[in-house]
Design a binder for this molecule. Structure first.
Ligand SMILES: C[S@@+](CC[C@H](N)C(=O)[O-])C[C@H]1O[C@@H](n2cnc3c(N)ncnc32)[C@H](O)[C@@H]1O
Length: 184
């Protein structure tokens, strides 16, 4: 595995991503909302490279400092450069489809029921989380996995409740939606 210790991130997400990788079938499709410097994205891409499954992996981020979310955080101005440098440095270009833009706009370009796994780690405010969940449910196939980060945040839980979701907690502050169609 590649060494990602130089990238600042918020979570020990690795355990969850490894678990999900194990649950995904060959020829699955995954989408991650919220990249920042790519700690989670690069890790998942490296899992795909090291593993034997073919997984089509997409990620999106605003990659700018325009969003309301960014105004409330001390973001590193160069996070796009830092991410893209690492994608190249680690030779992961062929394992990630990078999209620049708002999660709702990007996800809306895919057919409904397209993805097997969607991970929400973008705008953490209640309304945006709610909107990301609704859009993701549309784009997720029946039985697909919907999860995200920062379950401990009140605003994140607010968005999940607003969407009438029940969820399981996983290590690393990860939530995973429980639906009748969830397969574990
Ligand atoms: C918490 S960080 C992601 C962290 C990353 N998953 C990791 O583990 O290191 C949240 C990211 O979501 C992005 N973001 C915020 N609102 C967004 C939106 N509406 N669409 C896409 N990305 C968004 C921000 O630019 C930021 O880089």
């Amino acid at each position: 595995m590649i060494d990602l210790s130089h990238i600042d991130t918020w979570i020990p997400f690795r355990e969850y991503y490894s678990l999900v990788y194990g649950r995904l079938q060959n020829n699955s499709r995954a989408f991650e909302i919220g990249v920042y410097k790519g700690a989670s994205t690069l890790y998942f891409a490296d899992l795909i490279r090291c593993g034997k499954k073919s997984i089509e992996f997409h990620c999106c981020d605003l990659f700018s400092l325009d969003g309301d979310y960014q105004k409330t955080k001390k973001y590193d101005l160069n996070y796009w450069e830092s991410f893209y440098k690492d994608v190249s440095r680690f030779g992961l270009k062929n394992y990630i489809n990078i999209h620049k833009g708002n999660s709702l706009n990007i996800l809306s370009t895919f057919p409904d029921k397209y993805f097997d796994f969607i991970y929400i780690d973008g705008d953490h405010r209640c309304e945006p989380v709610f909107a990301d969940v609704l859009m993701s449910l549309k784009k997720l196939r029946s039985g697909g996995i919907l999860a995200g980060h920062d379950e401990s945040w009140k605003s994140v839980r607010c968005g999940l409740r607003k969407a009438n979701l029940c969820w399981n907690k996983f290590p690393g502050n990860v939530w995973e939606a429980l639906t009748k169609k969830t397969f574990i």
